[in-house]
Design a protein around this ligand. Structure first.
Ligand SMILES: [Zn+2]
Length: 449
């Protein structure tokens, strides 16, 4: 009897000491914006064990737990940038983490061989070096002489290694089977005819249809690059469900009602990339790079291109084209955003899975920082901060088919979170007021620390 008593006592003792270390980390008394679009919850504790959120409550804290005092602070899920290219992940990955971007979606690029993708996935899966979780597509599927090889002329593009040129529909089945052997989310497909003269023809519709059909057979998505309404229609005709840019599309919800209804009916995910427009205008606005949060992270020579006459000329022509298109003078960034964000809001309201992405890797789009610019552009165009945050978190995770593990601060999910000093619902600019970044339950080292 005595032995049983001692055994029970020991069990009780071990239980209570286990309770104290039941959590590896607690963020206490924090204002929570969980990423689902639900309202702010005040004064909650987020309890983490290993890499998971195991409880969200207002109970007393244990004695021995590592507690981060969240009083007066705001907790949001780790952010996603769902349109990324990089020419150096060693340089860029710490920048994403510094700015709270804990997951990225890489949609091809001149370096993206199978082995380069593998290196990026591996570094994204560990926690000792600051790096975001990496999702990615296949290498670009395009045609010879077209985007992106023509646009970004470089010796890095190598057929069958970093790009696939489609020549007939018969080869597509084999090509899709080949890329399906890699852990990709889907196929990057470029329909675009441009983007600048001499223009080439768009990819034929039968190629697009065949890629989507073969992707379906292999359990893959297709992530399509379109640059105007015609190409958008072609993608919709092929039943493609993911669009990686918004730039170039301008919907008239009455006139284009067939197209719009097709979009509403097909559970489409659509990445915003408003940063592309802003990036074209950057050389006309040297004051934009004077922000301290840019200056302390990016190299000075990064911005030398601001003064490059080619970029200045491109900016001026871009502005002139927009003035023609909008039939007015003195266009500012706000005007460029207004008509696009109006469309984005309408799509969002009608259940289209709108997602944040920047197309970083292009000139003047900064890995990490520009995701915050993307959010500011949406707010500038009239979008609500709560909706913007959902686009950069849960909606993004849904597009990545990872919403069971990522994208929101809920029990059972992986603890990827950003602790802010100011309320992002007051102004989305406050997402830059970062106190701490946590990935996989581990506090990350930021560049300025
Ligand atoms: Zn891109």
């Amino acid at each position: 009897m005595k032995n049983v008593f001692f055994a029970t006592l020991l069990l009780l003792l071990s239980c209570s000491s286990e309770e104290d270390s039941e959590f590896d980390l607690v963020i206490s008394k924090v204002n929570l914006i969980d990423g689902t679009g639900a309202g702010l919850q005040e004064n909650v504790n987020i309890r983490i064990k290993g890499n998971r959120i195991v409880a969200i409550d207002t109970d007393e804290l244990g004695q021995k737990t590592h507690v981060i005092d969240g009083t007066g602070k705001f907790l949001i899920p780790g952010l996603f940038d769902c349109h990324v290219h990089t020419s150096s992940y060693e340089r860029d990955f710490p920048r994403f983490i510094h700015f709270g971007v804990t997951s990225i979606f890489i949609t091809g690029g001149g370096l993206c061989t199978d082995s380069y993708y593998e290196e990026m996935r591996n570094i994204g899966n560990q926690d000792s070096l600051p790096a975001p979780k990496v999702f990615h597509t296949s290498q670009h599927f395009t045609m010879e002489g077209r985007h992106p090889v023509k646009t970004y002329g470089s010796s890095m593009w190598q057929e069958r290694k970093t790009v696939f040129f489609l020549r007939d529909t018969l080869q597509i089945e084999r090509l899709v089977e080949r890329v399906a052997q890699q852990p990709i989310l889907g196929i990057k497909l470029t329909i675009e005819d441009g983007p600048h003269p001499p223009l080439v023809e768009r990819m034929p519709q039968e190629f697009i249809n065949k890629v989507q059909k073969e992707a379906d057979k292999n359990g893959l998505e297709v992530f399509v690059h379109v640059s105007d309404n015609v190409e958008l229609q072609m993608a919709m005709d092929a039943n493609i469900r993911n669009i990686v840019h918004f730039t170039g599309v301008d919907l008239d919800f009455q006139r284009d009602d067939d197209l719009v209804n097709k979009i509403y009916g097909d559970s489409i995910s659509w990445v915003t990339t408003l940063m592309l427009d802003k990036s074209f205008l950057y050389p006309l606005h040297p004051e934009w790079i004077e922000e301290q949060k840019i200056q302390e992270v990016y190299d000075k020579d990064y911005f030398l291109a601001m003064e490059n006459p080619g970029f200045v000329f491109r900016a001026e022509s871009y502005l002139m084209d927009l003035q023609d298109y909008m039939k007015r003078d003195n266009i500012e960034l706000r005007d460029v955003m207004a008509f696009q964000v109006e469309d984005i809001q309408e799509l969002y309201k009608n259940g289209v899975n709108m997602v944040l992405g920047t197309d970083t890797g292009n000139d003047f789009i900064l890995p990490g920082y520009s995701l915050h610019e993307e959010m500011q552009l949406l707010e500038m165009g009239g979008m609500d901060p709560m909706d913007i945050l959902k686009m950069g978190t849960l909606n993004a995770a849904t597009m990545m088919k990872a919403a069971d593990k990522l994208g929101s601060i809920e029990t059972g999910k992986i603890a990827n979170m950003v602790l802010l000093d100011k309320n992002p619902l007051d102004s989305i600019k406050n997402t830059l007021e970062i106190h701490m970044v946590i990935k996989n339950g581990v506090v990350q080292k930021r560049i300025t620390e």
